[in-house]
Design a protein around this ligand. Structure first.
Ligand code: C2E
Ligand code: CA
Ligand code: CA
Ligand code: CA
Length: 279
């Protein structure tokens, strides 16, 4: 028993250092990726629930790895969060989005706002509003063309810095949305005080819509509560015609999901900007 105990200890020890090495490796790789400009932005449309008209585009980071292909956020955002690289990564995303808006504008198509994801760590760094303001200034873009999505947990852990950042963005004219609504513990009064423009209801609620009358009633309650305090409701993860019809029936303001379109590269967005109505 003693030897196996010792063995376990060694195993545990090696495992820990392996984990550390792997974390440091991934950190170094991500840092290099940012330096070598391997980060690209994909865009997923959001549409008016009633008319299917394009209302906004969500910017979603991808890592175009020279040997691994296009990597999804789940493979690198957590490392970025842990190591603090989310700060320079977020800054790159914002600048790439503004450059892209300039490019679309040059193509002569009417623009829609682009929504960027900002994590708790980013908002608490206290530099997000300045980064956005600088990018807008550099590109000559109006602040209402950038929207900001903050996860519900970030609004709950509300620090003085985070509140000040949100207030600055709000004053600048960028609309604020609570991301993954329903997965955290924010109160509607708190969201109202923070002057959030709307909520993006977590896709788990959309997925459950067809499970039964109670799930439908739950979504209906969210919509009516949000509307009561003048907040817009966006449904995430709309994957079927049935879900879309139910959400339209509930008076959900905007829709986003694979049924409308998956996230696509910028080159595919031009057609959407021209076409305007996606259903
Ligand atoms: P999110 O902000 O909740 O983004 C929505 C995610 O749901 C995206 O995953 C999108 O591809 C996926 N999705 C969209 N429609 C559907 C659908 O109909 N069904 C299903 N099952 N999924 C759908 P993605 O692109 O893998 O991004 C994952 C998360 O990574 C994002 O979740 C966001 O939290 C984070 N992320 C992505 N880009 C950035 C970024 O630039 N900065 C920060 N801080 N986080 C980012
Ligand atoms: Ca989001
Ligand atoms: Ca979300
Ligand atoms: Ca999320």
């Amino acid at each position: 028993a003693k030897t196996s105990g010792k063995g376990n200890y060694r195993f545990f020890h090696e495992n820990l250092s392996e984990q550390l090495v792997s974390k440091l490796t991934r950190q170094a790789q991500l840092k290099q990726a940012l330096e070598q400009d391997e980060l690209v932005v994909y865009y997923q449309p959001r549409v008016c629930g009633r008319t299917g008209e394009l209302t906004s585009l969500e910017a979603l980071a991808r890592w175009r790895h020279p040997s691994c292909g296009v990597m999804q956020p789940d493979d690198f955002i957590p490392v970025a969060e842990e190591t603090g690289l989310i700060i320079p990564l977020g800054e790159q995303v914002i600048n790439k989005v503004c450059d892209q808006l300039v490019q679309w504008r040059a193509e002569g198509v009417p623009l829609v706002p682009v929504s960027v994801n900002v994590s708790a760590r980013q908002i608490n760094s206290g530099s997000v509003s300045a980064v956005i303001a600088a990018a807008l200034e550099r590109c000559g873009i109006a602040p209402d063309l950038i929207e900001v999505e903050i996860t519900e947990s970030a609004t709950v852990g509300e620090s003085v810095v985070a509140s000040a950042e949100l207030a600055t963005l709000q004053t600048m004219g960028s609309r604020l949305y609570v991301d993954d609504f329903g997965t955290g513990y924010s109160s509607l009064s708190q969201l109202r005080r923070l002057d959030m423009h709307g909520i993006k209801v977590d896709r788990s609620f959309t997925a459950q819509l067809t499970d039964g009358p109670q799930d439908l009633a739950l979504f209906r309650a969210i919509v009516s509560m949000a509307h009561a305090i003048d907040m817009q409701v966006v449904a995430e993860g709309v994957e079927s015609a049935e879900q879309l019809a139910l959400l339209q029936g509930l008076g959900c303001d905007e829709m986003q999901g694979y049924y409308i379109s998956p996230p696509v590269p910028a080159s595919d967005v031009l057609l959407m900007l021209q076409k305007r109505h996606l259903y």
